[in-house]
Each structure stands twice: as C-alpha cells, then as structure tokens.
Design a protein around this ligand. Structure first.
Ligand SMILES: NC(=O)c1ccc[n+]([C@@H]2O[C@H](COP(=O)([O-])OP(=O)(O)OC[C@H]3O[C@@H](n4cnc5c(N)ncnc54)[C@H](OP(=O)(O)O)[C@@H]3O)[C@@H](O)[C@H]2O)c1
Length: 168
C-alpha cells in the first residue's frame, strides 16, 4: 500500500486559513488534478466541505468524519464516487494496495497520515502568510528530493518538489 501526500505549503508551513486555501495558483491546481486523477484521494471533513463543487470528479473521494450526515451529497453529483468513513483505519481499507493513494488534507489528516506517507508532492510558496492550519514539521533528513521545478517569475513565487522517504 503506498500513500503520497500532496500539499501546497508556505515557507512558515501554513496551509490554510478560515477553512480555505491560502493560495489559488492556476498551474498548481492543474498539477494537483493531473497527479491525483484516477486515484483514491483521502481527506478530512473540513477539506471536503471546503470543496466548491462537491466531490472531485474521476477520483474516489474518501472522506474521514464522525458526522457523515453533515457531508450528505447533493443529488447533483450522481457521477462522483464518494464514501464517508469514521477512522483512518477504515480509510486505509478503502485504498488500493497496488496503487498510489493520495492524502489531500487538511491539517489533521496530513498529521495522522504523515507516518504512513512515502512520497510528498509539495508546492512550496515562498511567502510567510497568516495561517491557522499548518503542515507537520518534516525532517529533511528523512526525505530525499527527487524532483524540483522553480517558478520564481510567478507572483507569488513557488517551487514544485517531489520528495521520497529515505528514513522513518
Ligand atoms: N494547502 C493545501 O494543500 C491544503 C489542502 C487541503 C486542505 N487545506 C486546508 O486545511 C484546512 C482544513 O484542515 P483541518 O485540519 O481544519 O480539517 P481536515 O483535516 O480537513 O478535517 C478535520 C475533520 O476530519 C475529521 N477527522 C479527522 N481525523 C479523524 C479521525 N481519526 N476519525 C474520524 N474523523 C476524523 C473530523 O471531522 P468530524 O468532526 O466530522 O468528525 C475533523 O473535524 C483548510 O483551511 C483547508 O483549506 C489546505
């Protein structure tokens, strides 16, 4: 079973504020779609409720919550695959053992899945914005950078990185 985390993170490790993203970078959203389409995506209730158009299409949406009734799906999304589970273990059982499964947030889910993750798809935005949700403090010695692309010309400047776990 392979778990990958995908996240956009500021220099201060901020990832969200007022249950919203800190940044909407068009090319980064495209990258997110390209990487996760066709895969299982795991998220917490807050992240699910922050999605503007319901469950993400062409992906199995696995939502972790103790309150599935709050996440009831509007009839307008009959084509979307979305299930609610009430624990990390049940979310893992829904995943495909032969595939890359993606953890897409938010803060509490990144934290709980961090020990399981063997790959990080990071978008690092080179700013220190106000945030109320943060990504775990990861130790760089545990991770090896296998890919990097800088977008310093963009406002705000950001870099895409892929890291692979080399230690626990
Ligand atoms: N920058 C990025 O890439 C990125 C990506 C995603 C999200 N975000 C941001 O992150 C923020 C949301 O993060 P968050 O930490 O507030 O919320 P979250 O992780 O999305 O969801 C938290 C909720 O998930 C449920 N949950 C978590 N662990 C559980 C467990 N073990 N068993 C059962 N239910 C569990 C609980 O819902 P119940 O109370 O219903 O039980 C909990 O209140 C937002 O600002 C969002 O925009 C950023």
């Amino acid at each position: 079973m392979s778990f990958s985390i995908i996240v956009a993170i500021a220099k201060n490790r901020g990832i969200g504020k007022n249950n919203d993203l800190l940044y909407y970078i068009k090319d980064d959203l495209k990258r997110f779609k390209k990487i996760t389409t066709g895969h299982n995506i795991i998220m917490g209730r807050n992240t699910f409720l922050s999605l503007p158009n319901g469950p993400l299409p062409n992906r199995k949406n696995i939502v972790i919550t103790d309150n599935p009734e709050d996440c009831s799906l509007p009839d307008k999304y009959p084509d979307r695959e979305c299930i609610m589970v009430d624990s990390i273990e049940k979310a893992i059982k829904q995943c495909n053992p032969n595939e890359e499964n993606f953890i897409i947030g938010g803060g509490s889910i990144y934290k709980q899945f961090f020990p399981y993750a063997d790959k990080l798809y990071l978008t690092i935005v080179h700013e220190e914005p106000d945030a109320d949700i943060f990504f775990p403090d990861y130790n760089n010695k545990m991770w090896k950078e296998i890919w990097k692309e800088d977008h310093f010309e963009h406002k705000p400047p950001y870099s895409d990185l892929i890291l692979e776990r080399v230690g626990k």
